[in-house]
Design a binder for this molecule. Structure first.
Ligand SMILES: [Zn+2]
Length: 1145
């Protein structure tokens, strides 16, 4: 599964700056008048007073009775407390091997009825079967039959040729499967040589039951009532690749069969979604039984289980489709099943649906037939699946259209690939259709195994919670992560599609073919798919330099992974409700980084070899992380340099310990010795002792930049030494005047700090252009800023490094890391007087590069340049550069007043910025303009772009209106997005709104799926910078402790982030502000020129805080460096479009 962009943004909160998270929501001020200022000051004053009163009332009421330590255990690392809940796992005494699932879907009445026949085996003598069922009504027709493999001696029958599916009962009330009987295919063939032969599609190594109707007399049965011996269905296992025979209407009389019913004493619901079936007699080990259950359920309006999604057709009619989303634990809400990833089984699915709709599932359609007693309805029968986990099962009933191509797999089989969408969007499907075969072909090479199914469908769902879901053979996506129209959307949209398609296709091997045993190792699935997604996209779109983006994501993650309550990638699940919390950036991005670090440590070739060993060994099965390390160990044994490497010890030190180290490098300039020392890198003043004591196995690589006459050491990320103890001293051939740079290409998952002299040498090398690699530059800046954040180096040192871009810098990775770090500062100091100097410094920093890019007014030379322009121009507006404000305002006015909104000349990659500032500064008029545009838009990219920016409004009434609409008026998929409000006005309102309406909000978002609610919490409390707000959060958490326990990890991290920011303000704000003031005072001439024109003021109202008002005064006197839209030569799309999400799934 890939995280949705909006959710990913929410989840990325830990210590990111606001810009990082709400990338689109930045801007300056359009209108500043005395009237406005007065109004704003009054509004702020009143709002503050009200807030303070509400807060004190709430806080004192709560804090009287409870202590915050009741909720947060400050003494123990998160996740290590308490034994697992007793209902967390199913007993392993009974295991399924095959599900025959028949479903009648009724979208009009939002319900479904089903029958499931589960072939199970007991591993020991047990008298109960425990499986999962959630929200389903199970009727009293449950049956359990014992299957035997006895020779059938007296088989007499007449044959009739029938298609295989005819054995499926159309009427659930007459379905009969009691007294099932097993014979082997050889017996059938031997006795019926002229039987009709139907080809089997199975290619797995399991026996494959087929159905055959017989009359059976249960002479040996003890439990079966005498009247239950008519026309049963037999399950016949057949060997792999064997053609099988379907026989019906046989007048078979079995005289000595032991097929029999087992009496079910009771069926009860247990805790943890368990369905407990008590039996009158004991199940014998190694005998097949078939459990038949009839059930009914509701098609939900949530985005999980079997749910209903809707869209408005081109005729204005609302249309519905039925969709599944089972990961992690919602298959049990669609049919009773053993809903854990290790209970792999085969599935044979049939769906009854209206004949004008199409049914899709994991496998190919085997046949279809009309349903005589339901005119207009039909059964679609699907082929039997390969062995797979329940969370990968999928089926969809829709009126969608598809485009199709074919692909010849490694084993030389031509397989259809189809991309499905609602009919109106079918012209956006071609990019995904083009890249899918390319990626499949490449992955077959990488994984050394063919894509195993006979077809692949990719489908864009109008209402979808995550980014995409890797259901085997039927991958579901958000519309914006599968569909792309080059005429209407920008490079960011295209990249989102490529990334999500590449991620889900990687899962077809890593996740689907080989699956984690339990959710503890979810990171194996997600970390690997995330790593391979970059590898895959880099292969098909090399110009994007995906590994630069990988480095950006890594460095962003290092910020949140330094929080006190961060967790290891391999983390025990204590309660089922916690599973969803594992779908976080630790599992995805850190997992990917650890795998990449292993790859570079052992070499590409050996890593690939180990991968093949692993996949071949565990195909169609389940594995744990140590199984992967064992395979890698086998691969590296042959290498003399790596023979001593314990892959298990190396990797366990990273996957089972939380956080990461900083490596302190101290050089002895006299004798050339270098001491490397490792320590936990943490944002906390009182980290857990257990984490302080951790030691990692750290591969150390280093290089020396060329300098003067000294030649550069070839850049290689291969480790040259290991740091496994607390410290090690090595003698390195480095001249005392040369800079030493450690952790080449930022491959190692750690930070590096140096002695002061080496920092000076590095800084000089950086500023004089001796580092060629953009990743190296970005890494040095990022390390310096984060070391300064926790006082390991001086802030002046980190800030000093940023001047390396003043004369211009073309690399997007350098800019992005630099601006991300400046964003953290900007957010913290925005209410201090030093903020004006910060803005001026940023103007100086951006000026040259913006000039080189013609302020984004010329067409970018490639996608990377478009990404860079997007970022830089956004910052230009954010720091209130008059040119930017004027240009953005004119762009909006020109577009919004010309009547036909589809005629949009704003470059796609700058639309988000223009919309954002219009909403931020345009008051109610602009807000309503965009709200209407959102309502009227049919294009999902347009809708997403607008809804992402609407919460940027600064009008308290409009913010409240949006939050109210999230409860009632917005489609599920967009409802949580509007909680991405801006601090401090927006977050303050969101906090109060959440506390006041907690039950309604909790019920709404937790019923939607398992993932959305933490985003709501973060929208309200994710950007705390004051003790007051922190106390408010603690009180809130205590008040709703029971309901919030499943999201405790989110709350812990929000608390850590809040503490970090509060502490930072005390410790660093004065120094940082002084640095900006000094620099700007000494470089006044570098500031962009004073303006020749005044600020445009066509918008009618503006709200804002006092700081922004102060800055706004400058607009009338500062520069306007020609934002002439007439000169805009950019080729732009004819429609509104584009999103600018920056995060990757
Ligand atoms: Zn995934």
């Amino acid at each position: 599964m890939s995280l949705s962009n909006s959710r990913n943004q929410f989840l990325a909160f830990e210590s990111h700056n606001q810009d990082n998270i709400q990338y689109e929501r930045k801007g300056g001020i359009f209108v500043t008048t005395c009237v406005c200022v007065s109004f704003i000051l009054c509004a702020v004053l009143v709002a503050t007073l009200v807030g303070v009163i509400v807060y004190f009332i709430t806080y004192f009421k709560l804090s009287q009775s409870v202590s915050t330590n009741d909720f947060w255990n400050e003494a123990e690392p998160f996740g290590h407390n308490g034994p697992p809940s007793p209902d967390l796992r199913l007993p392993s005494a009974v295991v399924p091997s095959f599900y025959r699932l028949k479903l009648r879907t009724d979208l009009d009445n939002s319900n479904f009825k089903g029958e499931v026949y589960i072939t199970i085996k007991a591993k020991s003598n047990v008298k109960e079967i425990i499986l999962h069922s959630k929200g389903l009504s199970i009727n009293d027709k449950a049956k359990l039959t014992e299957q035997t493999y006895e020779e059938i001696q007296t088989l007499h029958r007449k044959k009739r040729e029938e298609p295989s599916n005819d054995t499926i009962s159309e009427n659930p009330t007459t379905a009969t499967t009691a007294n099932t009987l097993n014979v082997t295919i050889k017996e059938v063939e031997a006795q019926k040589p002229n039987e009709t032969i139907v080809p089997s599609s199975n290619e797995h190594n399991e026996t494959t039951p087929i159905k055959l109707n017989t009359n059976v007399t249960n002479e040996t049965s003890n439990d079966t009532p005498a009247n239950e011996t008519t026309t049963p269905t037999a399950e016949i296992p057949i060997p792999n690749n064997t053609v099988y025979t379907t026989v019906t209407n046989m007048n078979t009389h079995v005289t000595h069969s032991s097929a029999r019913n087992i009496q079910i004493s009771s069926i009860t619901k247990g805790s943890g979604d368990q369905l407990i079936i008590k039996l009158a007699s004991t199940l014998k080990p190694d005998v097949d039984y078939i459990l038949e259950l009839n059930f009914e359920g509701k098609i939900s309006d949530a985005m999980t289980g079997f749910y209903k999604s809707t869209y408005t057709g081109s005729d204005g009619q609302i249309r519905s489709l039925g969709v599944t989303q089972f990961e992690p634990t919602s298959a049990r809400a669609a049919f009773p099943c053993f809903d854990e990833p290790a209970f792999k089984a085969m599935f044979e699915i049939s769906i009854a649906h209206p004949g004008n709709l199409t049914a899709l599932s994991n496998m190919k359609v085997s046949s279809q037939e009309d349903i005589p007693d339901s005119p207009g309805w039909r059964w679609t029968h699907f082929e039997r699946s390969v062995n797979m986990s329940t969370y990968l099962v999928a089926y969809i009933v829709s009126d969608f259209k598809s485009v199709e191509t074919t692909y010849i797999s490694k084993d030389n089989i031509t397989k259809p690939i189809r991309v499905w969408t609602r009919p109106e969007l079918i012209n956006k499907a071609s990019y995904a259709l083009t890249i899918t075969p390319k990626l499949l072909e490449y992955y077959e090479e990488v994984f050394g195994l063919p894509y195993v199914l006979d077809k692949l469908d990719l489908i864009a769902i109008p209402d979808f919670s995550s980014g995409a879901m890797e259901n085997w053979g039927l991958i579901t996506f958000r519309e914006t992560t599968l569909l792309f129209d080059p005429a209407a959307s920008g490079p960011r949209d295209k990249q989102n599609v490529a990334i999500d398609v590449a991620h889900e296709l990687a899962h077809q091997w890593f996740g689907n073919l080989v699956t984690m045993k339990w959710w503890t190792d979810l990171w194996l699935n997600e970390g690997f798919a995330t790593y391979i997604e970059y590898v895959g996209v880099d292969h098909i779109e090399p110009e994007w330099n995906m590994f630069e983006s990988f480095s950006i994501d890594k460095m962003d993650l290092l910020r949140s992974d330094s929080l006190k309550n961060t967790s290891p990638v391999s983390r025990k699940v204590i309660d089922a409700s916690e599973i969803s919390q594992k779908f976080d950036e630790i599992s995805y991005t850190k997992g990917a980084n650890l795998i990449r670090m292993l790859n570079h440590t052992v070499s590409e070739e050996l890593f690939h070899k180990g991968l093949l060993i692993y996949l071949n060994q565990w195909t169609y099965s389940n594995a744990e992380e140590n199984d992967l390390w064992a395979a890698m160990s086998t691969a590296v044994k042959s290498d003399s340099n790596l023979g001593q490497l314990s892959v298990v010890d190396f990797m366990n030190s990273w996957t089972r310990q939380a956080g990461y180290p900083v490596v302190n490098v101290n050089r002895n300039y006299e004798n050339g010795d270098v001491m490397f020392e490792q320590k936990l890198f943490t944002s906390s003043d009182d980290p857990y002792q257990a984490m302080i004591d951790q030691l990692w196995h750290i591969p150390i690589s280093y290089t020396l930049p060329s300098q003067g006459n000294q030649s550069a050491k070839p850049q290689s990320a291969k480790p040259e030494l290991w740091l496994k103890e607390r410290s090690v001293i090595a003698h390195l051939p480095v001249d005392r005047t040369q800079a030493l740079y450690v952790n080449v290409d930022a491959i190692g998952y750690y930070r590096v700090n140096y002695d002061t002299k080496n920092w000076e040498l590095l800084s000089a090398a950086l500023k004089s252009g001796h580092f060629k690699s953009p990743i190296t530059k970005a890494q040095l800046i990022d390390d310096a800023f984060n070391l300064a954040k926790f006082s390991h180096v001086n802030y002046s040192q980190a800030l000093g490094l940023t001047t390396c871009v003043i004369e211009g810098e073309d690399s997007k990775v350098v800019w992005e890391l630099l601006l991300n770090n400046m964003g953290f500062i900007k957010y913290n100091i925005r209410s201090t007087s030093g903020y004006v100097y910060f803005q001026d410094y940023m103007k100086i920093l951006l000026q040259k590069q913006l000039e080189r890019l013609n302020f984004g007014l010329s067409k970018p030379k490639d996608d990377n340049e478009a990404f860079l322009i997007e970022n830089l121009v956004m910052w230009e507006c954010e720091v209130e550069a008059p040119r930017c404000l004027k240009w953005a305002q004119e762009e909006f006015t020109n577009w919004s007043t010309q009547g036909d909104l589809s005629n949009n000349s704003i470059p796609v990659y700058l639309r988000s910025l223009v919309y954002n500032m219009a909403i931020k500064k345009g008051g109610r008029r602009a807000f309503e303009f965009f709200w209407d545009a959102f309502q009227n838009a049919t294009d999902p990219n347009v809708k997403t772009l607008i809804i992402n920016n609407l919460p940027s409004t600064r009008d308290p009434a409009l913010i409240t209106l949006l939050l109210e609409r999230s409860l009632n008026d917005l489609p599920n998929q967009y409802a949580s997005t509007v909680w991405g409000v801006e601090p401090t006005v927006g977050t303050s309102i969101a906090q109060d709104f959440l506390m006041k309406n907690f039950d309604a909000i909790y019920n709404k978002f937790t019923s939607m799926d398992e993932f959305t609610f933490p985003g709501i919490l973060n929208g309200a409390f994710g950007f705390i910078t004051s003790e007051d707000e922190l106390n408010k959060l603690k009180s809130f958490a205590l008040q709703h402790k029971d309901k919030l326990l499943p999201v405790s990890q989110t709350l812990q991290k929000m608390m850590d982030t809040a503490k970090l920011r509060i502490e930072w303000m005390k410790r660093h704000a004065p120094t940082v502000n002084a640095w900006f003031k000094d620099y700007v005072t000494n470089h006044k001439k570098s500031l962009p020129e004073a303006p020749t024109t005044t600020t445009p003021s066509t918008t009618t109202a503006s709200t804002g805080n006092a700081t922004q008002t102060t800055i706004g005064n400058e607009i009338g006197t500062a520069s306007s460096n020609t934002g002439n839209v007439e000169q805009n030569g950019t080729t732009v799309a004819p429609e509104i479009n584009g999103t600018t999400t920056t995060t990757s799934p």
